[in-house]
Design a protein around this ligand. Structure first.
Ligand SMILES: [Zn+2]
Length: 239
């Protein structure tokens, strides 16, 4: 059986995918049993132990089609910061436009984000703009919540942290992921409020949550959104 050009759509149970998902068969002397791996780039690898035929591997994929579909559904296609891509900014969708002939750096017109300069610098320019934009939004909201809570904060830093949306240091400095920009405003506000509440309670005690709910009535709605969609913001800017 040919190894090259295999696609999941060749399987009757997976043809509903309607997209070409590459399938790679890989033999491994160390593998103990047949294994299917769904990769982050939406390709599927089947690892074959010694003595297992291609045909057996393929019928295994067919048998496990529900699991494969479920894994594929969890992976979103990456959205690079390039011309004509859609990105949500605080819950509103915008189209990225590369405008080599315009002056300035980044500007918003209607539902378009115009990025000037050379194409090679487009992604970095948009990202720099996005970091400044979300930082100023966070700063404004943090000041608002801090005033209501009767506390003050130190520095606000926007970073590229993967594991946490926000954190609060014992010195009173607040850190946030710049990817908050791809979340709806009510979710960002909850995350900011959450960290400001840590300036009062450096724990997740009942008193902490009481204050959090009091300052941000959308807390539960935002937590549910994060659970369902939080990890999806990592697809933006990925290539
Ligand atoms: Zn917390």
């Amino acid at each position: 059986m040919a190894r090259g050009g295999l696609c999941l759509t060749a399987f009757p149970s997976l043809s509903a995918l309607g997209q070409d998902v590459p399938l790679v068969l890989r033999r491994s002397a160390r593998a103990k049993r047949l294994k299917i791996r769904v990769e982050a780039n939406r390709s599927v690898t089947v690892v074959l132990p010694r003595g297992i035929s291609d045909a057996t591997a393929l019928s295994f994929v067919e048998k496990e089609h529900r699991w494969v579909l479920a894994q594929l559904a969890k992976i979103d296609a990456p959205v690079p910061f390039s011309d004509a891509e859609m990105v949500p900014i605080l819950g509103r969708e915008y189209i990225l436009r590369h405008c080599p002939d315009r002056r300035g750096v980044v500007s918003i017109e209607d539902r378009e984000i115009l990025v000037c300069g050379q194409r090679a610098h487009m992604a970095r320019r948009f990202e720099d703009w996005a970091k400044r934009h979300i930082r100023s939004h966070i700063l404004e909201k943090a000041a608002e919540y801090a005033e209501k809570a009767g506390v003050s904060f130190g520095r606000i830093t926007v970073k590229d942290q993967k594991s946490r949306w926000g954190s609060c240091s014992s010195a009173g400095n607040l850190n946030f992921s710049w990817r908050l920009i791809f979340m709806p405003e009510f979710v960002v506000d909850y995350i900011v409020c959450h960290e400001v509440c840590h300036l009062v309670h450096l724990n997740h005690s009942q008193d902490f949550w009481r204050l959090n709910h009091q300052l941000c009535p959308d807390t539960e709605k935002a937590k549910a959104w994060l659970k369902e969609n939080g990890s999806k913001v990592h697809k933006y800017g990925a290539t």
